[in-house]
Structure formats: C-alpha cells, structure tokens
Design a protein around this ligand. Structure first.
Ligand SMILES: Nc1ncnc2c1ncn2[C@@H]1O[C@H](COP(=O)(O)OP(=O)(O)OP(=O)(O)O)[C@@H](O)[C@H]1O
Ligand SMILES: Nc1nc2c(ncn2[C@@H]2O[C@H](COP(=O)(O)O)[C@@H](O)[C@H]2O)c(=O)[nH]1
Length: 402
C-alpha cells in the first residue's frame, strides 16, 4: 500500500501555481491530472524512507492512498514536478546524486490502467529516468528444451559486462545444480500468489503446471548494474509484456523439429517422463504461436548451436567477437541543490544559476523528453540531456553534456 506524505496538505485547493499546472506547498508538490490531484511528498524527516504519494479525487471529494509500484526515490530536500502527456509526472529531485535525480511517477499509462483493474485500487508506479538510449531489454522465448538458457549463457559468458539476466521467480522445485537467487528465486506458491496480487510482477504465467514470473525488482536490479537486461520467458509472458508496451527486442527460438526437441529434453535429463511429455505437448502450441503471432521481432532456428548463436549476436549488433559495442551507461546529471525548472514544449529547462555568484555561474540544462520510453515501473529510457548558455540559445542539443 502507499504511504502517507511527509507533510500535511490541509486544503488541496490551496498551494501556489508555478506556471505549468503544478502547485507546490512545503516539501511536496501538487499536480493535477484530469479530476485527480497527485500529492507527492518529499520527506523532511529521517525516519521516512521514501517519497509518499496521495491522491485527492476532486469529483468524489475524497483522499485515496494508492498502491505504489516499483522502487521509490529516496527522501529528498525537495523536488519539482512536471506533468508530461497527462499520464506521467516527471520529478526532478534536489540534492540527490547525479544518477538519481530524475524520476517518473506513472499515473495513467497503459500499464498503470491495467494494474488498476487487476488490483482494484488506485495505482501509481515509480520509474527512474535513464539518460540516453540505453539498450533495449532482450526477451528470449521458445519451447522448453530448445536452447534458450544455453544461448543466454553463451552471451553472458562472452559479454559479461554487457548483459544482466533477469532472475525470475518460480514455484517449481530447483534442479540439482540450480542456485536460489541465481537461476531463479524459488518460491512457495502462496507467497508468489500474494506478491502477484500486490503488483510486484511485470508479468507472470502458469507454465507446465508451475507459476513463473518476472518481478519489477529483478528488472530494476539489472538496470541498476548498468547492464542490458535479458529475460527468458515463455510465450504467454512475452505476450503480456508486449501488451504492456515494454520496449524490448522479442526473439523466438525455434527447434529444427519436434523429434530433435524431444531428444534435447531427454538428453538434458532434468525432467521426469511425465514432465517431458507435458512440455512437448505445450511446445506444439508455443511454436505455433511463436511463428504466427506478431509478438516476436525475430525468429531464430536453433538447429546448429554455433550458427544460431552467431545469428543472435548479429541481430543484437554484436557481430565482432570483442565486446567493443558495449556503451557504458551515460553519466547522471549533476544538479546543484538550488535550481528552478520550467517547461517548453517537450523540453524541460533547469536553470542552475547561483544568484550570489551572478551571471558567471549561469548554467542551463535541457532535458529533452520527446523520445521517452517506459510507462511501467523500472527504468524510463530515452532522456536526452544537454547544456545551453542561455534561454535565447537554440535548444537543438548541440552542447551535449558528457
Ligand atoms: N543447437 C543445439 N543442438 C543440440 N543440443 C542443443 C542445442 N542447443 C541446446 N542444446 C542442448 O539442449 C538442452 C536444452 O537446452 P536448454 O536447457 O538451454 O533449453 P531451454 O530452452 O533453456 O529449456 P527450458 O525452457 O526448459 O529452460 C541442453 O542440454 C543443451 O545443451
Ligand atoms: N512467463 C514467464 N516464463 C518464464 C519465466 N521464467 C522462465 N520462464 C519459462 O518457463 C519455462 C520453463 O522453464 P524451466 O526453467 O522450468 O525449464 C521456459 O519456457 C521459460 O522460458 C518468467 O519469469 N515468466
């Protein structure tokens, strides 16, 4: 559940306008989205561990505590809030570290709307802003035994600093060599069902008789390590992620034949006869859906492992053997504690001038939000940041920040 803000808003009609539909009072901000007013509170108290959110429903004249999804920003010395596209609020945090100062509170994105229906409560979702075009997550899907895990392991071994695996939750029992927290988070069904109900999963599905799911936390952990996220999920999970418009590359791995698939599953020796037969039955439908649906961007035939791996690398732009394509995560944004924020079309201008130091201290930072991705908890990519000398300068982004 959400938590109460760290300050009191006696009357939500009060507050002062700052010129772009934003009202502010004390440590918090008030942002109007249709008939709802989002009260986002900056903590002024060390005992509070994150920023709280409350909603005032103007049509019903009542306060609502929403379910808050995703990791939340830490308490701060204040923040600015700017409404973008009527579905998410950009939060610029004062006095935070450079890689932690831009956040988004999703209030009416596709994902949030869907979660409202599922959870039956008001829902908001936090997502941290990531500078530049961080590489898209890679979703690998295909029938059991086709070689998804093998291909992912090869990729992670050859490019250890580039890829991070999203560790799923499952209710199935661990296999001999599998480690909890590395291969899966092995979980009791009742616990996983409760976590699903609490909105902790980006997607989940019942696969071969067990529950499997990708937690928001698993994807955030990879993003925080600065790596590109790889997800190994079944076709149902891939479909629900596309439906939520996760901006990822979707790859379906196909076996050369059912006979070969069966041979691989048996040779792996990890399933009972009954489980093997169940997985093979499910494989037929999965292959049919994988090939015919419009979920997948690429279909790779895994007849020959080396060839399939080379094709996988090619479509991920990793043709060379050395990991030269790895772009380190761009640096964060170094904002002084005192700054003012304004909005101009799809650009947010941050004026960092220190009044006491006069014009010499002038620094304007532009956040270009025209290519933002995201809309679900985790990380919002595509934030372009550059500096200009004055408001009259062109806002074309010629002075890129390093
Ligand atoms: N092209 C290939 N030719 C022959 N054997 C292969 C090939 N690719 C993978 N294998 C073998 O097939 C078996 C199944 O592969 P793997 O465990 O990677 O499948 P998976 O798709 O991850 O399965 P699951 O969905 O059940 O986790 C393994 O023993 C692996 O070594
Ligand atoms: N929808 C999801 N499917 C998942 C996830 N993690 C794994 N899987 C798929 O389950 C089957 C079986 O896996 P196994 O390890 O028991 O052999 C396989 O197709 C995986 O792709 C998940 O988080 N969500």
């Amino acid at each position: 559940m959400g938590e109460a803000p760290a300050f009191c808003v006696d009357n939500p009609q009060n507050g002062f306008s700052n010129g772009f539909g934003l009202k502010s009072k004390g440590f918090g901000t008030l942002t109007d989205v249709a008939d709802k007013r989002f009260v986002i509170g900056g903590a002024n108290n060390d005992s509070i561990s994150s920023i709280g959110v409350q909603i005032y429903d103007k049509s019903k004249e009542k306060w609502v505590i929403p379910t808050v999804l995703g990791a939340k920003p830490k308490p701060c010395k204040g923040h600015s809030a700017i409404l973008l596209n009527e579905d998410r609020i950009m939060i610029i945090i004062k006095g935070s570290t450079p890689d932690d100062c831009i956040w988004f509170l999703e209030v009416d994105t596709k994902y949030v709307k869907e979660q409202k229906k599922v959870l039956g409560t008001e829902v908001v979702a936090w997502s941290k802003g990531v500078r530049g075009d961080a590489e898209k997550p890679v979703v690998i899907s295909g029938p059991s035994g086709v070689g998804k895990g093998t291909l992912i392991n090869m990729l992670m071994k050859e490019f250890p600093s580039m890829f991070g695996f999203s560790v799923s939750h499952t209710t199935r029992a661990p296999r001999g060599m599998e480690k909890n927290g590395v291969h899966y988070h092995f979980t009791e069904r009742t616990v996983m069902e409760k976590d699903i109900k609490d909105g902790k999963f980006l997607e989940f599905a019942s696969v071969h008789g067990n529950l499997y799911g990708t937690s928001i936390e698993a994807v955030e952990a990879v993003a925080d390590s600065g790596k590109r996220c790889i997800l190994d999920i079944d076709v149902q999970g891939a479909r629900s992620i596309t439906a939520r418009s996760l901006d990822a590359i979707f790859i379906f791995i196909c076996p050369p034949s059912m006979r070969e698939l069966e041979k691989r599953l048996r040779a792996r020796g990890t399933e009972t006869e009954e489980q093997i037969l169940k997985r093979l039955r499910n494989a037929e439908a999965e292959i049919e859906q994988g090939k015919s649906s419009d979920i997948f961007d690429h279909i790779l035939d895994n007849a020959n492992l080396e060839e399939c791996y080379n094709n996988l690398k090619k479509l991920l732009g990793l043709d060379g053997t050395a990991p030269t394509n790895h772009k380190p995560s761009p640096k964060g944004i170094d904002l002084p504690l005192n700054h003012s924020v304004s909005k101009m079309d799809k650009k947010i201008l941050i004026n960092c001038e220190t009044p006491e130091l006069g014009k010499a201290s002038k620094k304007l930072i532009v956040l270009d939000v025209s290519s933002l991705k995201g809309g679900f908890p985790g990380r919002t990519r595509g934030l372009n940041v550059y500096a200009i000398d004055s408001f009259s300068d062109s806002l074309n982004g010629t002075h890129k920040l390093s």
